[in-house]
Ligand binder design. Sequence first.
Ligand code: ZN
Ligand code: ZN
Length: 203
Amino acid sequence: MHLIEDLYLGWQPLSHTVDCPRPTWDVVEERRDEGARIVSTGAEQHACPNDVCSHSDTFRRVQLRLLCRDCGTVRTVTGESLTHVVSSVTDSGWGQAPTERAGLWLWPGQPVIQGGEARDYLVTREHAETVSTENLLGIITRYRDASGAPQWIAGALPDAAGAHQVHSLRWRYSSNGLDDLDAAAAWIAAAETRTHRPLVVAV
Ligand SMILES: [Zn+2]
Ligand SMILES: [Zn+2]
């Protein structure tokens, strides 16, 4: 299971040259081979504190190669013990289209069971390409109360100095337990308008 914030936030597009006329990558290619470790002295095997490492002079190397013919950028992504997982949007949550609730857009986290419902959602105001720290408005997460009934908690307005923590992120507001996803989305929508309304004090 991935935390929903790790699924959506902190991902950066691989950049092209600033003047690239059509910034899209050709078909991404993969190559698997043996990579040589750099050892300081000829025949000696390297020693490192990693228990999982075989300490051999070669390792199973995976490389990904990207090319843009329009700006001529070539990127090679490689690493030792690079893992490669094939999944689908149904199983990862990420990559699914957002759904509209209470006039906001909800982006699902990874379902708890394969093909099931998500337990967490990130929320944006607009139907954007994806969620980023720039357009993130709220978070909704499900838990079970003492009687085992599902409840939803919403956080609204991300703020590093916010008083409320939901998952690893801090928020200006967070709700009490709400009965369903629609109520949680409506609560976020209301939290947003509340901050835009000037405080009127009757005297
Ligand atoms: Zn390019
Ligand atoms: Zn080693």
